[in-house]
Design a protein around this ligand. Sequence first.
Ligand SMILES: [Zn+2]
Length: 354
Amino acid sequence: MSKHLHKEGFVPKYLLEKLAKEGHEEAKKTLTQMESIVQNKTKETNSDDAENSDDAEISTSVAPLQGRRKIYDSENTEIFKKKLVRKEGDPPTSDESVNFAYDLCGQTLDYFKNKLGRNSVDNEGMDLIFNVHYAKDLNNAMWVPSVQQMAFGNGDGKLFINFTRSIDVIAHEMAHAVTEFTNELVYEHQSGALNEHFSDVIGSAVKQHVKGQTAENADWLIGNEIIGPEFPGKALRSMKDPGTASQFDHQPAHFDDYKELPLSKDNGGVHLYSGIPNKAFVLVSLEIGTDQAAFLWYTAFQNKQIIHPNATFEEAFEAIVHTADMLTGQGKLPQQAVDAVKNAFREVGIPRQS
Ligand SMILES: [Zn+2]
């Protein structure tokens, strides 16, 4: 797999750096911990014995593969698959992080299956391996491509709280896995911003579905459930009002404000410019409903010819309009979907008028 795949946590590096600069020691510590994960200095215990017996037990079932959950406790170390604490079908444990991870992963898998027609993150029923209590007070959560597992920190309790608590965090990270198995969108510049955007789309759609919200009454915030008392804002991002979530949120909402940034700045602005297509997604959701819009986006992103690893915002728009046209023709989306997409993207300046 490509080296340029998503390798950041839910809390972007640039944001941790800003918090560290303001004197938050815990943010500095998380940056060091993230570095060791990115450099693949990750350890795994040999838990094959436990896993084999588990597989043998489940393989007697005739059901096709369908994303079984396995929750491991890292016990505040950076070790993956340290101790299996709950697997598919097991009753709840006394650890709420384990139960949150199990339940919210299940809700995301259900959304994939029932609303998007997808069988787990790889569409082939891959098992989901979650490591909770990962590292000491880690202010992050992430899909780790090198081991194809999820890892969740407890947070330090000041800047961030337990990352397993939030459905949009879990669905956002699982969507990064979907992208990796689908488009392999390079995690730089516009393709990287589309990678982030797709995860925010899926994160918000699953969140609204689970909470019984609509495009009209949802908060459209990303990460508002995991921020702690010392975080200078209400969330990491706002899809509806980009740039308003925190003191460090400078997301523009219009393509005119897009500038080519060096890779040293948030990989060329992957968390900065995702706000532009995010805003377009909200506008389309307000017209046709969030689930329908998420289905449209998901279907469009399956078009790997147009949404290729280095895809641009304008190519994503092209894929989404094309898909809206196709799905309305098949009666799978309401008639106004095509115009809704064109109007929404025009409002955020895509495609560029020359
Ligand atoms: Zn992300």
